[in-house]
Design a protein around this ligand. Structure first.
Ligand code: PLP
Length: 329
């Protein structure tokens, strides 16, 4: 497997120009005061599927040959990856099968079906669903899409970071939430090429630390996977994304699910935006580990907004988070 390059990301940017306008990036006074720096929030939660992953899905589908596209794709995911593939397949006229473990969250299943994909329920967990997806792909002659080791997904996602550096060339640090690591790998790729002065800092849920522990150890590890934050629930590390992170990542932090929930509420109150847990994780790291995130101008990736209803209700009824008390820095 060839690692994606900045040239692949530039190609992806041309492809995506026909499909997705740039997403906004703003700072908010209450948040700046709470952090003691300018915090620029990149709003990938306003993408048509509600998450940054659609950039990768569209890039992958657009890069397939017409014959391969006509045969279609098979993916396995319960979350934003599934919606990204289904959206891109519909947009580019490819058949799409998504395999989810049996009895999936009805809202997520409905979202994938509404995008026109065929939903197959199989197995007790994601490992069994992945095995079934591989069988289906073989039987039907369709392309199997890996969960983490897909160069086109990383190249596509890198366009979000090219956009950030264009919108704010002076960013000192950019903070990225991590599950499988395609986002952080993409940030590393873009920063190394166009903003080498900018530190890329990754953040993972402490309850699912496989990518964090693998990056620190310098080898691919599996770890317990207990976070409630869906976009970050990954139990293993991937060679492709770890390789890119090894080259350019400045630091890797952990936050608890509670810190993520607090940041999710702050997103609603201070940023006036709906973030799912994973989408508030970069902000959680900035609020929790201010000492480890240096600089006057900090980019925060708000990666998605597909929060479940019970998650939103829990945020709203949780004890209040202190409002903007200025932090000395
Ligand atoms: C998938 C996802 C992440 C994690 O991204 P990786 O590329 O898997 O590291 C973060 N936030 C949201 C909203 C996601 O959907």
């Amino acid at each position: 497997m060839r690692a994606p390059t900045i040239t692949d990301a530039l190609h992806a940017r041309r492809l995506l120009a026909d499909h997705l306008p740039p997403t906004p990036m703003w700072s908010y006074p209450a948040l700046d005061a709470a952090v003691g720096a300018t915090v620029l929030v990149k709003h990938e939660n306003v993408q048509p599927t509600g998450a940054f992953k659609v950039r990768g899905g569209l890039t992958l589908l657009a890069g397939m040959s017409p014959q391969e596209r006509a045969r279609g794709i098979v993916g396995y995911s319960t979350g934003n990856h599934a919606q990204s593939l289904a959206y891109a397949a519909a947009r580019l006229g490819a058949p799409c099968v998504i395999v989810m473990p049996a009895a999936p969250n009805p809202a997520k299943a409905a979202a994938v079906r509404a995008l026109g994909a065929e939903l197959v329920e199989h197995g007790a967990d994601m490992t069994e669903a992945a095995g079934h997806a591989a069988d289906l792909a073989r039987a039907r002659g369709m392309r199997l899409i890996s969960a983490g080791d897909e160069p086109a997904l990383v190249a596509g996602v890198a366009t979000a970071y090219l956009e950030m550096f264009e919108q704010a060339p002076g960013l000192d640090t950019v903070v990225v939430p991590v599950g499988g690591g395609s986002g952080a790998a993409a940030a590393c790729l873009a920063a190394a090429a166009v903003a080498p002065h900018c530190r890329v800092v990754a953040v993972q849920a402490a309850a699912s630390p496989a990518a964090h522990d693998s990056w620190r150890a310098g080898e691919l590890l599996t770890r317990p996977n207990r976070t409630r934050v869906e976009g970050l629930a990954t139990g293993c590390a991937f060679a492709l994304t770890q390789g890119l992170m090894r080259e350019h990542l400045a630091d890797f932090l952990l936050v608890t699910d509670e810190q993520i929930a607090d940041a999710q509420w702050r997103m609603m109150r201070d940023v006036h935006t709906l973030a799912e847990g994973a989408g508030a994780t970069a902000l959680a790291a900035v609020l929790t580990h201010r000492d480890r995130i240096p600089g006057r101008t900090i980019g925060v990736m708000c990666s998605g907004g597909n929060a479940a209803e019970r998650e939103l209700r829990a945020c709203v009824t949780a004890p209040a988070v202190p409002a903007a008390e200025a932090v000395a820095s």
